[in-house]
Design a protein around this ligand. Structure first.
Ligand code: 6PG
Length: 249
């Protein structure tokens, strides 16, 4: 399915538009009292979005009590470590919205990776409804993309990319050796909505390779994100989109 490309003149405009979309998506889904299961991405790109959600009007408009937050991946470090995706989200968003602890399903980066992968998978199994595929179906998964084409903590040439029977797994950062916990491809591809956020010139090559389906794009983990239903969105600023022309595949 052809990706949907959404271009924004700045990261701020991207953040504001996605915040408005998320507000509406949660409102629609939770009218019947159902929960909205959202997976947050890590790294630096989404912080501007999380800070935008923590400010008016979205802080007041979003029905936070219906929202359950998860992470697509986490570095195996304590929550107070500067590398922690949860720690970044706590500072950028969670401290401002007073979300109940029961609604926050963080990955415990401080615990033994294999045990935590199993625990987190069990928490997802318990809370996130499955669809006919048998996989948990998140309402929306936010994703980033590394310049090497990784997404979540699914790295190029990793054996984790072949996992087709687990919700999450332990992976290893190829250059730092840092252990990570990550959702697996089947779970990510089963989401009701999938959005990449990429900003800045440094992402232009990887974004172009994936969207133009240049040779080798399918070797990139981000190039393997193909939702079982619907289209994956690429939310880009001008810098990340600067190699895209109308000749997109
Ligand atoms: C992580 C992320 C990872 C991130 C990309 C892009 O834990 O690092 O989940 O997949 O989205 O590395 O990171 P930046 O937004 O910092 O470029």
């Amino acid at each position: 399915m052809r990706p949907i490309i959404r271009l924004f003149s700045s990261p701020e405009k991207l953040a504001d538009s996605v915040a408005a979309d998320l507000t509406e998506a949660i409102k629609q889904k939770t009218q019947t009292g159902e929960a909205f299961h959202l997976v947050l991405s890590g790294g630096s790109t989404p912080e501007i979005l999380y800070r935008r959600l923590a400010r008016p009007p979205y802080r007041e408009l979003i029905r936070w009590q219906h929202l359950h937050l998860y992470w697509g991946d986490e570095r195996c470090v304590p929550p107070g470590h500067s590398d922690s995706n949860y720690g970044m989200t706590r500072r950028a968003l969670l401290n401002a919205i007073g979300l109940a602890e029961n609604n926050i399903h963080r990955i415990r980066g401080e615990d033994k990776p294999l045990e935590e992968a199993r625990r987190y998978a069990g928490e997802i199994e318990k809370n996130v409804p499955k669809n006919e595929s048998g996989w948990p179906r998140f309402d929306w998964i936010f994703l980033g993309v590394g310049t090497d084409g990784h997404t979540a903590s699914l790295f190029p040439d990793s054996q984790v990319l072949r996992i087709d029977d687990k919700i999450c797994a332990v992976s290893t950062h190829p250059s730092t050796g840092q252990k990570r916990i990550t959702l697996t491809l089947p779970v990510i591809n089963n989401a009701a909505r999938l959005s990449f956020f990429a900003t800045g010139e440094k992402k232009k090559e990887v974004v172009s390779m994936i969207l133009k389906r240049e040779p080798g794009y399918h070797n990139l983990p981000a190039g393997l994100i193909q939702p079982a239903s619907g289209n994956v969105e690429f939310c880009l600023d001008n810098g990340a989109a600067s190699l895209l022309t109308e000749t997109l595949e």
